[in-house]
Design a protein around this ligand. Structure first.
Ligand code: FAD
Ligand code: 2HG
Ligand code: ZN
Length: 477
């Protein structure tokens, strides 16, 4: 799963026995306790089919009180637990490493409250992201977060990974949009930080601890979030560029000329387009092949104003020869078709074989060089592609080989080189996917020793028995 070996089982954790299962039957109904291996298999395996655990038990609570009782029992008995949302995570955080109990949030899927004046929505952690979007649409609101996994990922999983996605450029991260969290701590304590206030400076902002801590500090059971009004006028442009310099310049022009209506700025290189054309039912919108493509979206509330702005922008980038081809979509069918090119890259990669995934924040000057360096290293041994949220400085570097299983030889060609490069340029070794099981031993490339020590001491205070998502996030060494 990386160039590092899988951590061995910590023998201080209890092994589940029948008495434990009988105890869980006093908390949950029998349908919410899965023990049959064929029912559990999907929960043990991650989305990429890269990580596989060996759990014998899945618990599916419906209420916060049930989560609290389960954790209290596990803490007393020192039973390890992995919280699982939609299981779409990309770093192996959502599946057990060994025999940890899987606590699935999928039965906690109610939208509890919505205020049509403030736009604040409160829901249980297991609510699927797309369900929230569909609930808000008729009321003229939208979720400030959007990602390709929206049909499966859950808001609790999004909060726990501090998911970024394609709207971060416009609405900012969940650290700003989440107003409150209800979480259950390792010992079963229910922590009510479920504020719906926009402003609340009463001491430490504890909810922030649960945003991006990947289930290691508590189980998120409810989330309150500010939602913006849903834009009524949306346009999407797909542009082809000759080199990465053009991509960079178009980005800076888009920021200054489109300003508040710019809602996404994504890029993909030609090998990504070839993968999508190979694996999806889509057609190349361009006659000629180009090395780089930009997907740019504008969203606003006044069609005339937005088109005028967009047309002026297009005229100016064409006059400056910053793009070599372009196509515009203004109706929802064509808009979805354009987005499909960007959003189905991950799925298309998955159909290739073994995929080595790196999610980096890099300064724009060094952004694409790492893709070129890796391509030169691999020659024709692997397919190296680059795409991502270039508007946020976030590159998705993916390297695929035709055959599974993953190979140590390939890992060693990538790691720690990619992390060293990222660290040298003061980037992040995980821009948005988190650390999970994949990167704890590489954390030092992005965090100082003092920061890692403080993280360890917070973990130790909040989960002294280390029952929550062990082996993940924090380095074991
Ligand atoms: P899971 O995968 O189930 O869990 C993720 C982590 O959170 C695990 O460590 C788990 O233990 C923990 N966790 C889950 N729920 C809880 C909870 N209630 N309380 C405490 N801990 C919990 N990510 C991005 O950031 N941006 C993208 O653009 C993006 N696009 C994607 C596209 C595709 C096609 C796929 C498959 C994934 C994508 N991802 C993206 C990664 C993934 O979808 C996100 O990380 C997502 O937020 C995970 O949500 P989930 O509900 O599936 O969580
Ligand atoms: C995306 O932006 C996701 O599409 C997945 O974060 C990225 O597959 C990847 O590397
Ligand atoms: Zn992404």
């Amino acid at each position: 799963y990386s160039s590092q070996a899988k951590p061995s089982r910590d023998s201080s954790y209890a092994i589940i026995n029948n008495d434990d299962i009988e105890h869980f039957k006093t908390i949950l109904d029998t349908h919410s306790i899965l023990t049959d291996p064929s029912d559990i298999d999907g929960f043990n395996q991650d989305w990429m089919r890269k990580y596989k655990g060996n759990s014998n038990l899945v618990l599916k609570p419906k209420t916060t009180d049930q989560v609290s009782k389960i954790l209290k029992y596990c803490n007393d008995k020192k039973i390890a637990v992995v919280p699982q949302g939609g299981n779409t995570g990309m770093v192996g955080g959502s599946v057990p490493v060994h025999d940890e109990i899987i606590l699935s949030l999928s039965n906690m899927n109610k939208i509890e409250k919505f205020d049509p004046v403030t736009g604040v929505v409160v829901c249980q952690a297991g609510t699927v992201l797309e369900t929230i979007e569909n609930y808000l649409t008729p009321m003229g609101y939208t979720v400030p977060l959007d990602l390709g996994a929206k049909g499966s990922c859950q808001i609790g999983g999004n909060v726990s990974t501090n998911a970024g996605g394609i709207r971060l450029l416009r609405y900012g991260s969940l650290h700003g949009n989440v107003l409150g969290v209800e979480a259950v701590l390792a010992d079963g304590t229910i922590l009510d930080c479920l504020s719906t206030l926009r402003k609340d400076n009463t001491g430490y902002d504890l909810k922030q601890l649960f945003i991006g801590s990947e289930g290691t500090l508590g189980i998120v059971t409810k989330v309150s979030m500010i939602t913006p009004p849903k834009p009524t006028s949306v346009n999407v442009g797909l542009f082809a560029c000759q080199d990465f310099n053009q991509v960079k310049t178009v980005l800076s022009r888009a920021k200054s000329q489109l300003g508040d209506i710019l809602s996404a700025f994504e890029f993909m290189d030609r090998p990504c387009i070839d993968l999508v054309l190979k694996h999806q039912q889509v057609q190349d919108p361009f006659q000629e092949k180009s090395p780089f493509y930009i997907l740019l979206e504008t969203s606003g509330f006044n069609e005339t104003h937005d088109s005028e702005k967009l047309n002026n922008f297009l005229e100016s980038i064409m006059a400056e020869n910053l793009i070599i081809d372009g196509s515009l979509a203004t109706d929802s069918k064509n808009i979805s078709a354009f987005w499909k090119f960007r959003e189905s890259i991950t799925e298309s990669l998955g159909k290739e074989g073994a995929v080595y995934k790196y999610d980096l924040s890099l300064p724009i000057e060094q952004f694409y060089s790492i893709v070129e360096l890796m391509r030169a290293k691999f020659d024709d041994k692997a397919n190296v592609v680059g795409f991502g949220h270039v508007g946020d400085g976030n590159l998705h570097l993916n390297i695929s080989t035709p055959k599974k299983p993953y190979s140590k030889e390939i890992f060693d060609m990538i790691e720690p080189f990619v992390y060293e490069y990222t660290s040298e340029h003061r980037g992040s070794i995980s821009a948005e996917h988190g650390v999970g099981l994949m990167k704890p031993d590489f954390l030092h490339y992005s965090k100082s020793n003092n920061s890692i020590n403080l993280m360890k001491s917070i973990k130790n205070t909040m989960d002294p028995n280390n029952i929550l998502n062990p082996y993940k996030v924090l380095p074991t060494k």
